[in-house]
Design a protein around this ligand. Sequence first.
Ligand code: ADP
Ligand code: MG
Length: 265
Amino acid sequence: MAAETQIRIQQVSKVFSSAGGDVLALQDINLDIPAGQFVCLLGPSGCGKSTLLNAVAGFSLATSGAVLVDDVAVTDTGPDRGMVLQEYALFPWMTVAQNIGFGLQIRKTPAAEITATVDRLLDTLKLTEFRERFPKDLSGGMRQRVAIARILALDSPIMLMDEPFGALDALTRRSLQDELLKIHATWRKTVLFVTHSIEEAIYLADRIVVLSYRPGTVKLDVAVDLPRPRDPSAEGFNALKRQLSEVVMHEQARHQDDELRGITS
Ligand code: ADP
Ligand code: MG
């Protein structure tokens, strides 16, 4: 039986109004995402990936249309949707362990339970020896591990990730990608992951949704049926890469045309 739809994006459009005029960032986006699916949103800069993610997160609501999570309309942020951003949002004055346990503390979870959960997650994310460190003393990769652990502590069924590994070097990035795949396989979270890297999308996703450049519409929606762990040098991987490159490059070119005409994003 197919998994139930967990995130339903219905006719979502988003207009940003400013003194310079209106920008139609998203237009009539429709997506049904089943529970447990790992979806990558792919597209060039300015095509509305973050805007769509923010609408699901409840940070910035759609101008028209609706986002439903488990059949309930999103009107605000909520603990069922954890967000990881490229710029990690850890509390600098808290240790790694305190950052991970913070959400549970807010929920007034008993201290012993918080400690047990935090210990388990420190172990899962290979952070145990850094538990008393502060974010400033961590590498970018470790900070992102803490950010992921924080969402897992809250047990959010949905993970929203906006180019979370974009600032990392290639090796750290690959190890975090593998970590995330393991977490996805174990916890069966629904993941909505934004990237502009075609290779990252193919390496990670069950399904890739390519957005067109302004207004953002669903340009392509493909299932990725390659076995895991995926090998970027395999023929199937490269065939999909060529197919996606063609579509993304076309949208990228439209972005550059806009930039030449002085319409920047
Ligand atoms: P992406 O994440 O794909 O790079 P965004 O979702 O950030 O794209 O932006 C999509 C479009 O909406 C861009 O043209 C951007 O300039 C515009 N935009 C995004 N946020 C705002 C905002 N707060 N005010 C005005 N325009 C915005
Ligand atoms: Mg973005």
